[in-house]
Ligand binder design. Sequence first.
Ligand code: IVH
Length: 672
Amino acid sequence: MAESSEALKAEIRELTARVEEHGYRYHVLDAPTVTDSEYDEMFRRLSRLEQEHPELALPNSPTAKVGGPPVERFATVRHTLPMLSLDNVTNPDELADFEQRVQRFLKSTDPLEYVVEPKIDGVGVELVYEDGVLTVGSTRGDGTDGEDITQNVRTIRSVALALRRDGAPVPRLLAVRGEVFYPTEGFRRLNRQREEAGEYVFANPRNAAAGALKQLDSKITASRPLDLFCHGMGAVEPASFASQSDFHARLRDWGLKPVPLTRVCRGVDEIVAYQEEMEGRRDGLPYEIDGVVVKVNSLELQRRLGQIARSPRWAMAYKFKPRQSTTRILDIQTQVGRTGTLTPVAHLEPVQLAGVTVRNASLHNMDEIERKDIRVGDTIVLERAGDVIPYVVRVVEEERDGSERAFAMPVLCPMCGSQVYREEGEAAYRCVGLSCPAKLKESLKFFGSRNALDIEGLGEKLIEQLVEKELVADSADLYSLGEETLASLERMGVKSAQNLIRELGRSKDTSLARFVTALGIRHVGEATAKVLAEHFGSLDGIMGAEEEALTEVRDVGPEVAKSIAGFFAEPGNRRVIDKLLAAGFRLKAEAPAEGALTGLSFVLTGSLATMSRSEAQKSIVALGGRVSGSVSGKTDYVVVGVDPGSKAAKAEELGVRVLDEDGLRALLEGGG
Ligand code: IVH
């Protein structure tokens, strides 16, 4: 027994070393010497032995990259030294000013040596190694204190859990700064999957990286293809290098991955040439970069230059222009949404933009088309500011030859032939058709969506068939569909028909709020439906309320009240509701949750990096808070994400407290 245990120990030691070595060659050096399947084989064998003999597993085994038990919240950790931010320039003149400032400060006219690096569009982190072992990983936070995400960074394949000791001597303390990023290909895959599952898609790889990194359950982080490039240092004791480029070389010795494609440059011209070269290579890189970072190479000079405000004097970001392409508008067509809104969409000559082929671009509404004077046949400039959705920046008027045609909204709905009208003071044109198939399809999709009745199996393809074959004319008809009819549809079978019928049956046991949401009343989303349900307590109560009474409900303004009253005044809508109730709906009115946020009213604006808005909303409501759609004097907090709308300005105007995402998180976690 003792013998075999010795042999086992030896095998585990040997396997651990091999997996570590080949992982390093693969993830850090990008130069594997065994095939993927050979590596997988060793990895699996090691994991199995460790599982069977946990007492023999070595600390920091490379198999520990699968994540640990979930945590309740992240602790706060102080950085070894403050994590600063970068100033940025956008053209060669500003860059020349930077160089002059540096020279003036150093009282020197000699050309200085700089290191230039790609600016990785990811999430900044600090990793602390004590005696060569990774002890803490943290987010930037406010620059002084960050969140302790050690569990999560440990799951990143290229993050060494222990530094290699076969090269440069390992310092007693080494704080490395770097950028966690979501590789572009993995990002596209993630968004495709999320879209298919009907989930919120990330606007850009940076948000996806932030989302993955801030998971309380590190197993989720482990399942994402996150990667890390190192670009700087915090405290290092003792420091054994004199320049930024020395430091990069040391990183590789220690088994860490420095930012690739760095170069030593002298003077502005070389830096500009480098920046332009990187801009040209940008779309071919497997990760997002949004500019380059210029750093004075000598650490001694960096020390002398120091910092001003929150930025070092020795470094500067030199950003790229947003990515643009030009193409031609072949046609403009209109799409009809759930509430009948007609959205004009430009069909484009396919064009490559930021690595993807773009064929369509929404033109949003008629005002936008008129403001930019967009015509069919126009050559246009498209832009994607690192985000997924491309938009038309402007028309290239010089390219016009007179054959361009102005676009007019159709007078009749392209889907059902009903009248199209535009309400005064509104940008949107709407189809009035009660049974417009496009509206019907969208409203059925909404009816079954997650925040409404959450009917699994009621997918887009099925809805299309149901509407086109005229099997349903409204949502209530779903409840009289027979198994045979459903089973006979394309991509369906007896099993999926039975499942759907079961799901439909289950959906009748729901809350009043979800039911009201599912009706798809204009301006009434999940949050307003909830408020209405709480206020009136019954469907009859809501249906019977006069416009006047509705305005008295908190967060319901005159426009929303009008929409609600108008909806229930419509005999067709009442008939559908009667049919639904006859199908056996049982509605539970909910008492509002009680918690730390009881009595507080929130408005969310802009997109959040680490949670979807509906997740944020749920968390607020779960603690007793309310979320409303518009800012008023009654609002307690406005939560501002990226690209906030006019609501942020409104908040300022009304003196309402504004929170950023971290602030919201602090409140939710009871720390704020
Ligand atoms: S050096 C004083 N190098 O960009 C800060 N930063 O906008 C020195 N970043 O907070 C940072 N790539 O998170 C540096 N090659 C690179 C970078 C880089 C991305 C991030 C970093 C920083 C932010 C500033």
